[in-house]
Design a protein around this ligand. Structure first.
Ligand SMILES: Nc1nc2c(ncn2[C@@H]2O[C@H](COP(=O)(O)OP(=O)(O)OP(=O)(O)O)[C@@H](O)[C@H]2O)c(=O)[nH]1
Ligand SMILES: [Mg+2]
Ligand SMILES: [Zn+2]
Length: 316
């Protein structure tokens, strides 16, 4: 058997880069692979280290027989199949969340959800504000506000322009020798950034104006690329809504980064910050140290995971 890394998955087929030759084999999977008790839409994901048997060494086809244990994995609720989870990527060193303060509209609630995902797997998160070339004074004000907010929570924040190249040297340094996943809403410029980092990849990109109302994504499958200067980068399709069903409410409370510092002062160690007496988070909310929006977003996630968990039990 040969071993390699899954660099792309399109549903039925998995592209596996073989370790020694770097040849890319088109593989199918054999047998069942499970991840805890999750129902997955895709049992194998980009980033997986696999063992496979070549079926045809000329045609470069094979079957995946085994997945090596994962260092980490990112999953979300499948947007298509309600009760299923979707593996986004595995074995990654860091997440680069790409946002912008121009277009598409910045959604702080979405950023919170990405934080939750990253924290739950202990994966470092970097927040990249793209399209810096077109920030006017008002946009710069918005950027500074958000930069301070996220830096205060302990995240690295960088402003770049994939088009004119500003800040991209910093991005290259951050990416060097690591496996990084790019994520963010559709149209923020993930693929354009990768093209800026390594022009020979020539990924397709699309005007933001073409996205309106269509819900169209330019990038439709996650794909990993080798970087000439060392490291790997995973481009992913834009995310519209990030839903969770694999986390218990307690895990959400524990991993909701904006609450970390406050929650050590709650009376109960397992406080969910909803109705518990002596809750430091609710106290902070009352004196305005915590925005109502962020708190409501948190409650929304708690409600979401609670509903799903009851629903699962009802199903038997
Ligand atoms: N002004 C400006 N426009 C940019 C910049 N980066 C990307 N864009 C534009 O934003 C649009 C969307 O870029 P893409 O790279 O396709 O966005 P994406 O995040 O990969 O989108 P999906 O693949 O759908 O998730 C394109 O028209 C790009 O030219 C930038 O730094 N400045
Ligand atoms: Mg793209
Ligand atoms: Zn509390």
């Amino acid at each position: 058997m040969q071993s390699g890394t899954v660099i792309k998955s399109t549903g039925k087929w998995y592209d596996v880069r073989e370790d020694v030759s770097s040849d890319i084999f088109k593989c199918r999977i054999k047998g069942k692979f499970r991840l805890e008790n999750f129902r997955l839409t895709n049992p194998v994901a980009v980033g997986d280290r696999v063992k496979f048997a070549a079926i045809d060494a000329e045609e470069l086809t094979g079957t995946i027989q085994e997945i090596e244990p994962r260092k980490n994995y990112l999953i979300r609720r499948s947007p298509r199949m309600k009760m299923h989870q979707h593996l986004i990527a595995t074995n990654i060193d860091q997440i680069m969340l790409v946002v912008t303060v121009v277009e598409p509209l910045l959604k702080p609630g979405f950023i919170d959800r990405i934080m939750l995902l990253a924290e739950s797997q202990d994966i470092p998160l970097i927040i990249v504000f793209n399209k810096g070339d077109v920030y006017d004074d008002a946009a710069i004000e918005r950027f500074v506000y958000h930069r301070d907010l996220y830096e205060n929570l302990g995240y690295k924040v960088v402003m770049v322009s994939a088009l004119d190249g500003r800040g991209m040297e910093t991005i290259r340094e951050l990416l060097k020798d690591k496996t990084s996943m790019l994520t963010g809403q559709s149209g923020v410029g993930k693929s354009t950034m990768i093209n800026g980092i390594q022009p020979n990849l020539n990924l397709s990109t699309k005007e933001v104006s073409n996205y309106h109302g269509k819900g169209q994504h330019t990038t439709t499958f996650a794909e990993m690329f080798e970087l000439d200067f060392g490291g790997r980068i995973i481009d992913t399709p834009g995310i519209k809504t990030l839903g969770f069903m694999h986390m218990e409410a307690a895990a959400v409370a524990h991993n909701f980064r904006p609450y970390f510092e406050l929650s050590s002062n709650c009376r109960f160690r397992d406080c969910l910050h909803i109705n518990e007496p002596g809750c430091a988070v609710k106290a902070a909310l009352e004196i305005g140290d915590l925005t109502v929006k962020r708190y409501e977003n948190y409650l929304g996630i708690i409600e979401e995971v609670n509903n799903i968990n009851t629903w699962e039990m009802d199903e038997g």
